[in-house]
Write a protein that binds this ligand. Structure first.
Ligand SMILES: NC(=O)c1ccc[n+]([C@@H]2O[C@H](COP(=O)([O-])OP(=O)(O)OC[C@H]3O[C@@H](n4cnc5c(N)ncnc54)[C@H](OP(=O)(O)O)[C@@H]3O)[C@@H](O)[C@H]2O)c1
Length: 316
């Protein structure tokens, strides 16, 4: 047991980190131990992780000292931020700095940082195709992460840059599932036209991440994109139809119409979907399915994810 390398997992009680903790715990002879980082070790989810064999340690990504303490003795660290908890790119960037500085101070040998593209590399602020948001972003929750990759590089932290995909779990937790219209028919709405959207079961993000840690130093300094499948909205609706046993119609929306939906974050997500739509080839090619499957042989397709998860999709 003492030979096992500790992987400290930020967000361990959430989607990405939780999948990684479970992947480590499910492979007891894999040479790694899970340290679950949470703000509240007494929460039911944290207690359940402890019960399953994880070491549970308190830290807050807004508090660099607590993070540094929580990473002591760890070989690896999974770093992720929680944009939708506060909607502030500046706060997210400060949190990323805290994580990178803490990993450096604790001497962590391999950080996997869950980042996303800085879309301004492809759509500069001067590009009128989509509105500039908050004065300096196109897709705030992407741009803040991508811009902050530089912090890990500048500090010399041995880092793998992990580019994740749209969680299919958004159909359960993010209100993106099919909606029943006045005629009783289910409609799945996505502003992607006929373009493919890379998607993944959230649980598979952790499993792919574990696959990267198992490769040792091979992926340090590298960018890795992961997805379970690249599917059009029509293909997703067809899979939903099959899984739910009732017709699900695909409806696309313009990016402008999506941005105007008015819920918190609608403009950010509208720009995000437009970026994925307008740069389909580039965005998909950065999320290679074969690489994802090599890292995680249990990688699920959308149909496989639906078979297990369809009952949890609210069908209003
Ligand atoms: N939804 C998608 O399709 C998608 C796709 C790609 C990327 N992303 C990105 O994924 C990120 C969110 O990751 P996730 O979905 O794994 O999050 P999540 O499931 O919402 O997990 C959040 C967990 O993080 C912990 N947490 C929150 N604030 C914290 C803080 N200040 N310090 C320490 N821990 C904190 C909480 O744990 P405790 O309460 O136990 O502390 C919570 O359980 C976002 O930045 C988003 O942009 C999302």
């Amino acid at each position: 047991m003492s030979d096992q390398k500790i992987i400290a997992v930020i967000g361990a009680t959430g989607a990405q980190g939780g999948g990684l903790v479970r992947a480590i715990l499910n492979d007891p002879s894999g040479g790694f131990r899970a340290r679950a980082i949470t703000r509240d070790p007494r929460s039911p989810v944290a207690l359940a992780l402890a019960q399953q064999g994880a070491e549970v340690v308190a830290a807050d990504i807004d508090d660099e000292a607590s993070l540094t303490q929580s990473l002591q003795g760890a070989y690896g660290a999974y770093c992720v931020t929680f944009f939708w908890a506060h909607f502030s790119p500046e706060k997210e960037q400060a949190e990323i700095r805290n994580m990178a500085r803490a990993a450096k101070a604790a001497g962590v040998q391999h950080v996997i940082w869950s980042t996303l593209e800085d879309t301004r590399q492809w759509i500069p602020l001067s590009d009128p195709r989509m509105p500039t948001l908050m004065g300096q972003y196109k897709v705030p929750h992407f741009d803040a992460k991508g811009e902050s990759n530089a912090v890990f590089i500048e500090l010399g932290v041995p880092t793998t840059f992990l580019y994740t995909s749209f969680y299919w779990d958004n159909l359960i937790h993010f209100g993106m599932g099919p909606k029943r219209g006045p005629d009783g028919t289910l409609t799945f709405t996505l502003p992607m036209g006929d373009k493919k959207l890379p998607g993944i079961a959230a649980e598979d993000i952790g499993r792919c991440t574990y696959g990267i840690f198992k490769q040792g130093s091979a992926f340090i300094g590298q960018s890795v994109g992961i997805a379970g499948e690249h599917l059009t909205g029509a293909e997703m609706a067809a899979a939903l139809t099959q899984a739910l046993g009732q017709p699900v119609r695909y409806q696309t929306l313009s990016a402008d119409a999506y941005r105007a939906l008015g819920f918190p974050g609608a403009e950010d997500l509208g720009n995000m979907f437009q970026f994925k739509h307008d740069f389909e080839t580039l965005y998909c090619s950065r999320r290679d399915l074969a690489v994802s499957r090599t890292l995680n042989p249990a990688l699920q397709t959308f149909a496989q994810w639906l078979a297990d998860s369809k009952k949890r999709i609210p069908l209003e």
